[in-house]
Ligand binder design. Sequence first.
Ligand SMILES: [Zn+2]
Length: 459
Amino acid sequence: MGILMKIKLLFLMLMLFRITPIFATSDYQVDIDRTKQKIHVAACFKGSMPHYLINGDWQRHPDILIAPKTKPYVYLNYWGSIEILKQPPDKCVRYQVTIASESRYRRQFVNRNFSIISTHKWLWRPKTIDSSDPVIITFNVSDKDHVFTPWPPVLHGKNQFSLTSTPPEWDSRIIVGTFTQQVLPLDKKTDFEIAYLNTNPSQRQKLNQVLKVNGNNIVKTFQGFPQQPTKIIVMNVNRGRGPVPFGQILRGGSAVIWLYVNATKKSVDFINDWTITHEMTHLMMPYIASSDNWISEGLASYFQYVSRAQNGQITAVEAWRKLASMYESGKESAGDQTIRETSDRMFTYWGGAAFFMLSDIEIRLQSHGKLNLQRVFARFKACCLSYESSWRPYRFFNQLDKQLDSPVFIPMYRKFSKTKGFPNLHPYFKKLGINFDTTWKKIKAEDLTRLANNIMILD
Ligand SMILES: [Zn+2]
């Protein structure tokens, strides 16, 4: 072996040694004192310590106190990381955070019965988590308190969870206190694991039915629910004009559906509302960076009507009227930027929905009705869908195109993302039997073409 080769090998070994520190199981003991509103964390590492711990929230000055004993080996960098200086292996970092009530960004909510706490607030973790070296988190809470997290349990009923490898920047919530946890079987494969907050038994019975109807929309439209199990936080706020004033997907740990509901509303009001089907449709996609959030919002907005029509909650005519009216609002507020540049919400959501409607029409015409958008997504779910990392639009559309005989998505994305203003939908609506510029408000069932009807029917 030549000297150069030896140096290369040594360098390679050093690199390997540097980037793969040897951790056995890391163990976090998390003591939550709800009366004092304090969280004490002991993050203990077997073998060598990581150089940094981060909480994924780079903008905020965290409300954290490092235990004096561990100083000066461990200190908080002003730019948001805990730096661990050289110290013997098998050590712990101990710190304390305060969980005072803070309604900003719905990150935190504390009341007499339970606390909802953002993971960014208290979880300081190594940047990457390797599945072969699990990080186990044990919550020590009072006997009557439950714990809800986005992570899979190590042992059921033990308040012990195994951290998943989603990026630290992705936020999530834990809930601690007295609240109701329910497992609702959706179909043979999928359970909903629900945390019900501020609800009574009859409200939960009603909401379980509502979640089942919406979950079934996804199962029927996309040939199965995309995540097993799926965790759902349902918080009753007892107010709001609509039955679901707010919904969101939090992707830290796993993709968790977070719903604020007005549980005083009747079942029929919930079934007439689109929000839950919209949120559940988001799970058909991986996370795509926020500059391209029109893709995710577009898909969910299109299917909030299409899937509900396919499953009989609204008629085909109602679905087309709704879509046309939303496209019209989108067109009115779009301005002359591209969909990637705009900050206009209506353009983002309904321009995105238009993209998926056009791709649906294109796929149906190209395949002579054998294939459609939801089936492409069912195939994508089976082969490629993952929730662990962020995807770029090209990777996503490329995978969708692989499910087709000839590409639809990449050519459309190239054109669409560069077009200024709302797309011209007139020629497409013509194929559906609808005059988008004038008479869509008065469309009747007999006006719709076979294509328009087929889109709203499950085959
Ligand atoms: Zn959405």
